[in-house]
Design a protein around this ligand. Structure first.
Ligand code: GUN
Length: 293
């Protein structure tokens, strides 16, 4: 069984980004700049945003942190994005999701200039992704594919089961796996799938992204399959010194005994998402200067 170490690969990717960011600095006299917008005080969102900030510092990307209370209005946020769109020093814009209920998420995402959309969430980037055109693609799916490549796990003619149909992971990942450079046969399961078991059982690669600890156990997985666990849930645990632990969607203990490869949680997909955000930010910075790499 191979443990797919996202932390290790993320560090390699970030080193390459650092070299590219330094090249950008020497050519254009400034670092690439990522603007991160966080509304409210959701603890998971805050922790993601601090992780992104740390990675920017390591890579040599400037970050502009724009944190607002949850009372921020939708017109206020749209106006903020308009300002970032027209600010020539800003290369990437990331609005941390989820947004408070009174703000229309798709309206906000749609307002981001596609050339600065380092999350790859705008309709233009998503549409181009579906069509197989060059675009800024979502970071978690990109990180997952990078990890499969690094560990020599081909998707060619493989049966891949994705659990979760989110705009952030499931939908874009299914589109990427269907392209002619990936050639997977893709099944997407979701909350209203009548029974995920037969779909998982026949899959060579299982990618789960629902945030339900234990939804995948050893009895469901084909022996030798690769299991990519995007789920990360805080579970109260009085036996742990911190009082909690992080759990993936797969029951690691049992699944790791039958699968061929599995991502740990934490330390698997999470660090790769951040590394690909760094990569998209550097790419966006160069593309805005007319340089495609
Ligand atoms: N919330 C959870 N994952 C993500 C992500 O990849 N990007 C943004 N902007 N928000 C998120």
């Amino acid at each position: 069984m191979i443990s797919l170490e996202g932390t290790e690969l993320a560090s390699i990717v970030k080193k390459q980004c650092a070299a590219d960011a330094s090249d950008f600095l020497s050519r254009f006299g400034r670092k690439p700049l990522l603007a991160v917008v966080l509304i409210g005080s959701n603890p998971s969102s805050r922790s993601y945003v601090f992780g992104k900030r740390k990675a920017c510092d390591l890579v040599g990307i400037d970050h502009r942190d724009l944190f607002f209370p949850s009372e921020m209005t939708e017109p206020g946020l749209l106006e903020l994005i308009d300002g970032l769109n027209t600010d020539d020093d800003v290369d990437g814009i990331l609005v941390q999701l989820p947004l408070p209920k009174h703000i229309n998420e798709s309206k906000v995402i749609n307002r981001i200039l596609p050339s600065k959309d380092v999350d790859g969430f705008t309709p233009i980037n998503m549409g181009n992704l579906l069509l197989g055109n060059p675009c800024l693609a979502p970071c978690t799916p990109k990180g997952i594919l990078k990890m499969l490549d690094y560990y020599g796990i081909s998707t060619d003619s493989k049966d891949v089961c994705i659990i979760g149909r989110s705009n952030i992971v499931g939908k874009p990942l299914s589109a990427m796996l269907l392209q002619k450079d990936r050639n997977a046969t893709v099944t997407v399961c979701h909350s209203l799938t009548s029974n995920i078991r037969p779909h998982v059982a026949e899959s060579d690669i299982v990618i789960t992204a629902v945030g339900k600890p234990g939804i995948i156990d050893a009895s469901m997985v084909k022996p030798g399959a690769a299991v990519i666990d995007v789920g990360i849930t805080r579970v109260e645990d009085p036996s742990s010194p911190k009082g909690y632990h992080w759990a993936g969607d797969a029951d690691y203990e049992s699944v790791s005994r039958v699968c061929g490869a599995i991502t740990p949680v934490p330390g698997g997909v999470g660090p790769m998402t951040i590394a690909m955000l760094m990569s998209n930010t550097v790419d966006a910075a160069f593309m805005r200067k007319g340089i495609k790499r």
